[in-house]
Design a protein around this ligand. Structure first.
Ligand code: TA6
Length: 278
């Protein structure tokens, strides 16, 4: 499992995508930037570290094979801190691949092949993670696309579509909370896991509207560290929490089980929507 820091990022500007461009790096199969309709849609911390072995703060980190501390391996898994193979660099998509080796098997003793496909369109970005069991025993994993969405100001940002959903509050030891009928707003640290979310979400920061769809990922994680936590993070810093929210397509609460030879795909589709009043 090589852990070289990123060299030069790959970029993709497919014909017919009307200026929707992405930049990604094979380090973690990490999407760093998505520009669509004249605006950067992802947040990348100005203090992000690109050092070997350290996860990049921002963009779309790939979380696999474990979410947070839900397993014996490194926090949020090893996929985000190792270098994947670059298999396709266009014209329509970037494709990265990564498989188990001695180092991955030391913390997670399973034989797998992973693929991340990044497909920008005129008004959207589809990111799909495929995991295949290439061993001879079943295994289970959790995963997420830990997407940092750039917003004008977190204070005016709302996530719609989770009003009727109960959630686990990770900022309060996983406390089970009942739905509260209101869109999610960000007034302090917020760290929630919403199980079994079936419909698209809408994120608005008062300026733009983004529709968030998922396939194969049943859960949604919503996170913003708030001022105090952000200030204490060397790769973020005070006030940076204002500029993003993470809304993550995730498979966390019910691990995905794959029998030998089986494969699973989870995708996240981000769509820039016209505002009704535009
Ligand atoms: O997905 C939410 C979360 O698990 C939060 O609890 C928060 O700590 C965040 O991810 C960032 O984790 P990281 O390991 O990248 O610092």
């Amino acid at each position: 499992m090589p852990t070289a820091p990123i060299a030069s990022p790959l970029s993709l500007n497919p014909a017919g995508s009307s200026g929707s461009t992405v930049e990604a790096t094979a380090f973690g199969a990490h999407v760093l930037s998505w520009r669509c309709r004249g605006r950067e849609r992802l947040y990348l911390s100005p203090h992000a570290s690109f050092a070997a072995g350290k996860a990049i703060r921002g963009g779309i980190p790939v979380i696999f094979p474990q979410f947070a501390e839900r397993g014996p391996g490194p926090r949020h898994g090893f996929a985000r801190t190792c270098t994947w193979d670059t298999v396709e660099t266009g014209p329509e998509r970037l494709l990265f691949r990564f498989a188990d080796d001695e180092t991955t098997r030391a913390s997670w003793p399973h034989r797998f092949a992973a693929e991340l496909s990044v497909e920008p369109g005129p008004d959207r970005l589809r990111t799909a993670l495929t995991i295949r069991n290439r061993g001879d025993e079943a295994f289970e994993f959790t995963a997420a696309l830990h997407t940092y969405l750039r917003v004008a100001d977190v204070a005016g940002t709302l996530v719609h579509g989770l009003e009727d959903r109960p959630y686990l509050d990770s900022a309060r030891q996983g406390l089970h909370c009942e739905p509260d009928d209101a869109p999610v707003r960000f007034e302090a640290e917020l760290d929630r896991i919403y199980p079994d979310v079936r419909k698209p979400l809408r994120l608005t920061d008062g300026e733009e509207l983004l529709r968030l769809e998922a396939e194969g990922f049943n859960d949604v994680v919503v996170w913003n560290p708030g001022r105090e936590l952000a200030a204490g993070m060397s790769d973020l810093g005070a006030d940076e929490h204002h500029r993003f929210v993470c809304v993550e397509a995730a498979a966390v609460l019910v691990p995905i089980r794959l029998e030998p030879g089986q494969a699973w795909t989870g995708a996240q589709i981000l769509v820039v929507e016209e505002r009704a009043d535009a």
